[in-house]
Write a protein that binds this ligand. Structure first.
Ligand code: KG4
Ligand code: ZN
Length: 341
């Protein structure tokens, strides 16, 4: 099955053509640079960029795939979660294309696609066999833990109660005057440094905080961390670049340890740990997850770096697994900015 995937949930404009759910024939990902001066994604600018770029990017992906338009057997697009005005661009275009090509339209959940992105690595096992699994989706927009006892049975077991991990890193970088997006900058500055794991409070969720019925010890909170950094910087501004880099490394360590500890607690009988999303690129997180999995006898599945951030290949690949909502129901659907897995 050859699927054309479209992804426009935030600030990446992306299209991909994937064969049989694993074989990425073409994948174009354009990261919008227009948001940099604002230190965060500006929804109005993002949607305008998607409108301008998406038709050309879809054409480019199909041309690069080497298959003719007539070979496309389904169109899959992100329906949510994400920014409403961004989602609308990709979802509307997918609807129009599916009608024009007279093929099924498949509505895909973006968070589930991040989890599935680990299977785009040719070395990854068959998704049906990689169970029981614990999955962490960790990016600028989400930080959620899922238990997957059998393929397709996904249960949310933990999540952040405030900021996402990537958002916490981005906000810290902004506060330290390091630029945007902050995750990769903090990652780079921290390399080779010994971080103090006690420099910042762990992102623990106190008993009594609303977690939507989830176990509080499997949930995370990053807002206190951000406030602690603000207090530190205000009370004692870092003297030089070295002090800034050490603060960044200590802060990153707190974020990483919070994530790794929740994974450790939530693993249960899982034999696989899958981690996807932009923050899964973080080199310190990758090392700590590998240590955790070695200690617990669990196989770690990480997405290839090119599939960690938002991309349409993961959308098309998940659609080929029979997931998502397909035609005729999908044509009647609107976008779902808060769509839970
Ligand atoms: O998955 P993604 O591209 O978009 C969302 O769905 O949010 O993730 C973007 C997030 C940003 O917060 C960015 O700072 C973070 O991923 N990120 C990183 C790294 N590379 C990107 N965070 C930590 N270390 C990295 N190397
Ligand atoms: Zn994402």
């Amino acid at each position: 099955m050859i699927v054309l995937g479209i992804e426009t949930s935030c600030d990446e404009t992306s299209a991909a053509v994937v064969r049989d759910g694993r074989d990425v024939l073409a994948s174009i990902v354009h990261t919008q640079q227009q948001h940099k001066p604002y230190g965060g994604v500006v929804p109005e600018i993002a949607s305008r960029c998607h409108i301008e770029l998406l038709p050309g990017i879809v054409d480019e992906a199909v041309a690069a795939s080497g298959v003719p338009w007539s070979a496309i057997e389904a169109v899959a697009a992100t329906r949510g979660p994400g920014l409403a005005s961004s989602l609308l661009v990709g979802w509307s275009m997918a609807k129009g294309l599916a009608r024009r090509l007279d093929v099924p339209l498949i509505a895909i959940n973006h968070t589930e696609a991040h989890i599935h992105s680990v299977f785009l690595d040719p070395a990854a096992p068959d998704p049906h066999e990689a169970v029981p699994m614990l999955a962490l989706a960790v990016s600028g927009g989400h930080t959620s833990l899922f238990r997957i006892p059998r393929y397709g049975e996904i249960a949310l077991v933990g999540r952040t109660v405030d900021d996402a991990a990537g958002e916490a890193l981005d906000k810290a970088a902004k506060l330290l005057g390091l630029g945007y997006p902050g995750g990769p900058i903090i990652d780079k500055l921290s390399r080779g440094r010994v971080a103090d794991p006690r420099a910042f409070p762990e992102g623990r969720v106190r008993e009594g905080v609303e977690t939507g019925g989830l176990r509080s010890d499997l949930c995370l909170s990053f807002s206190g961390l951000k406030t602690a950094l603000l207090h530190r910087v205000t009370a004692q501004p870092p003297a030089d670049d070295d002090a800034v880099a050490q603060l960044a490394a200590d802060y990153q360590e707190a974020v990483v340890q919070a994530l790794v500890k929740r994974c450790d607690k939530a693993l249960g009988d899982a034999k696989y740990l899958a981690v996807g999303g932009g923050v899964s690129l973080n080199s310190r997180l990758r090392v700590c997850l590998a240590e955790l999995c070695a200690r617990r006898g669990v196989s770690l599945l990480l997405a290839l770096p090119k599939h960690c951030g938002d991309n349409a290949a993961m959308i098309a690949a998940l659609a080929a697994m029979g997931r998502g909502i397909t035609s005729p129901e999908s044509f009647a659907l609107d976008i779902a900015p808060s769509w839970a897995v």
